[in-house]
Write a protein that binds this ligand. Sequence first.
Ligand code: NAD
Length: 320
Amino acid sequence: MALLEGKVAIVTGGGRGIGRAHALALAAEGATVVVNDLGEAEFGGEGQSNSGPADEVAQAIVAAGGRAVADTTDISDWDGAGAVVRAALESFGRLDIVVNNAAISRFGPIDVISRLDWERTIAVNLTGTAALSHWAAAHWRETGPEPGRRIVNTSSAVGLIPWPGNPMYTASKAGVAALTISCALDLAELGVRVNALAPAARTRVSATVAPDLMKPVEEGFDRMAPENVAAVATYLASPLCPYTGRVFGILGDDLTVFDGWTVSRHLNNAERRWTPQDLQAALADVPLQQEVTAQAIPGVEAAASPPKEVLEALAALEKA
Ligand SMILES: NC(=O)c1ccc[n+]([C@@H]2O[C@H](COP(=O)([O-])OP(=O)(O)OC[C@H]3O[C@@H](n4cnc5c(N)ncnc54)[C@H](O)[C@@H]3O)[C@@H](O)[C@H]2O)c1
């Protein structure tokens, strides 16, 4: 029997890129899919929207013998996300899997971005994920505990080990990782496992960020194919996955298990409030860089955070 036979899934941003691959992969494993996509013309979320991408994917699933409907709701709208859950229930009578994949990406350091950039990025990437999780979980709470429910969120390696240049995206994806863990704790009693992906694949987003990765593959394994990410999403959505509250990185065949914030040191001040001078002395042997113990992003060397160039630039300025 197919892995997801009888399951009903919602995939947000399912009309393009990684979400499209998710929708097709879940359907290939027997799931019925609500393909949600606003059809944003630009990945920065500034273009016109249209129903083309969601329609195309839903039609492809139906043409292959599966069941799917297209949905063009903007998932950043809290009540709109509720309408997507209702669409699944009205069309197919149940809901088992939510794949929160839709996101936008805008760039620029914190002093350059606008309030609108900030609000829209957080609205789509973080509020959209929270809103759909809210409505799905509210439905599941109403119907009572049942095994086999899944939420698959989409974080990013840069949300866990931040890079410069896109603070809104980075913060939104760090929020998604934290939301994943928190929801996993709350929803276990309803039979819901909640995990997140930190994907990388060839899409219109990576075309802008890393054009080198967009080079077509002439032969052999296509590392940048979105289908590589969809395979891991399928696992996380399936009964084969025993995890909850975890984040998995995937690029090609490189799988990364992120462990989130960990505590490296505990210092106690013998029942005295810390003074700045106490802290300076006590922290003297705490390294200025946090070590990243494994290669977090394939192709990018494991590095300490913040990188030594950042510390050197500050030190040079302070000496001048
Ligand atoms: N491509 C990568 O290498 C990469 C790396 C890290 C994380 N990610 C994450 O993977 C996910 C998919 O990224 P992608 O590269 O396939 O992007 P994409 O832009 O190709 O696809 C995203 C889809 O989401 C839709 N969308 C945007 N806003 C929406 C909204 N408010 N409501 C409904 N749909 C909406 C868009 O119309 C688009 O079709 C995102 O969460 C992204 O942040 C991607």
